[in-house]
Design a protein around this ligand. Structure first.
Ligand SMILES: Cc1ncc(COP(=O)(O)O)c(C=O)c1O
Length: 376
């Protein structure tokens, strides 16, 4: 079976994990957590990084720190992985979904601007939804598949409407806009080290920020909000969302290889683009001029989505459809979905992701593209 995006453990993973096991430093404290956080901040170009148990918990903590609650909305794209919206719902808030673009598959900034201009108003420096008067304190853009939208425009809109930007950059480790790393644009950004990501700790996440107070608060909240080093005194409701040392050890080994992984992801997308150029109606995700994505998960757009999915999976080449748009899920069917002609549904019915593990060989890639060509 050719995995869609499998973990690549070719470096020092075993060595560092073994060290944790032989020394007993497997749990919540240990040198690897600190080292992994340092490496993550350095790579993202932020001052601070706080490791978490997952990308989802990283997102949740960011929202908690912003005081987001059940009286609030959070703006997010309609096409994302469910975890973005789950994190929003954990706070009691509700997502407002903005439709996606047909070409880049990111949040449509024209629609966002239209929504903010006509449907919201400022009250005491806070954005409110006109219809019911609820607050919209946060916008959570998602860098879908490691691609990014026009961040200058997004940040300007957020500033004009007093929205705090928390980036769901969980898929965008190694992605840049005008040379600046994803996750470093908003007040906070997040990463995921889930098994299919560009690097993995089995499961894990990271919050990055330039704000020292927020970084300290994130560490505090993710470690049960214990306020005394000795006594069990907790000064607020905390969470057990820390990353354990044994996972961080894996993370350090993975970070050492990250530049090579990014390079390989770029080679893989180049291979697909060259081999599939002019084949039927196949096209790829559009990338704006200033974006240098990590190409974490090569995904094709075609009328023959179902046929391609079938032939690849029947031949043990794991490929997957795009996420079901959020407005189509039972939990969100009544949420506000701002759109003209529902582009998300169109994108959803045309996209599929193809095998792209960093260790895949060009010969294996060729077997995939040959199979795809059989559908046309
Ligand atoms: C867009 C998006 N948001 C959030 C997450 C959540 O990350 P995790 O699986 O580490 O909780 C993921 C990855 O799984 C993701 O792809």
């Amino acid at each position: 079976m050719l995995l869609l995006s499998g973990p690549n453990m070719a470096g020092n993973e075993l060595k560092y994990v073994t060290e944790c096991i032989t020394t007993g430093w497997v749990s919540s404290v240990g040198a690897y957590v600190d080292q992994f956080e340092k490496m993550a901040a350095e790579f993202a170009g932020t001052k601070y990084a706080v490791a978490t148990s997952s990308g989802t918990t990283a997102l949740h903590i960011c929202l908690v720190m912003m005081g987001v609650n059940s009286d609030d909305y959070v703006i997010t794209p309609n096409i994302t992985f469910i975890a973005t919206c789950n994190a929003i719902k954990y706070t009691g808030a509700n997502p407002i979904f903005i439709d996606t673009t047909v070409k880049s598959w990111q949040m449509d900034l024209d629609l966002l601007e239209e929504f903010l201009t006509h449907e919201t108003e400022q009250r005491n420096g806070v954005c409110h939804y006109k219809k019911d008067g609820k607050r919209i304190p946060v916008i959570m853009p998602v860098h879908v598949l490691g691609n990014m939208c026009n961040m200058d425009r997004l940040l300007l809109l957020a500033k004009q409407h007093n929205l705090t930007v928390i980036e769901d950059s969980t898929e965008a480790l190694g992605s840049y806009y005008k040379g600046k790393h994803a996750g470093s644009f908003g007040l906070m950004g997040t990463f995921s080290y889930n098994g299919n990501k560009i690097i993995t700790t089995g499961g894990g996440g990271m919050i990055v920020t330039d704000d020292e107070a927020l970084a300290k608060k994130a560490k505090h909240l993710t470690t049960q909000a214990k306020s005394d080093p000795f006594e069990y005194i907790h000064d607020e409701i905390g969470y057990n969302y820390r990353l354990v040392n044994v996972a961080a050890a894996m993370g350090v080994a993975q970070m050492e290889q990250l530049p090579g992984f990014i390079k390989r992801k770029h080679e893989i997308i180049d291979f697909y683009k060259t081999e599939l150029h002019g084949v039927g109606d196949i096209r790829f995700q559009e990338v704006y001029a200033d974006v240098n994505p990590n190409w974490w998960m090569p995904t094709i757009f075609t009328e023959r989505q179902k046929a391609v999915l079938k032939i690849l999976n029947d031949n043990k080449m794991q490929s997957r459809p795009f996420w079901v748009p959020m407005n189509q899920l039972v939990m969100f069917k009544d949420n506000l979905f701002y759109n003209h002609n529902d582009k998300s549904n169109f994108v959803y019915h045309h996209c599929l992701s193809v095998p792209c593990s960093t260790y895949i060989t060009n010969e294996q890639l060729k077997t995939v593209t040959d199979k795809i060509k059989e559908c046309y």
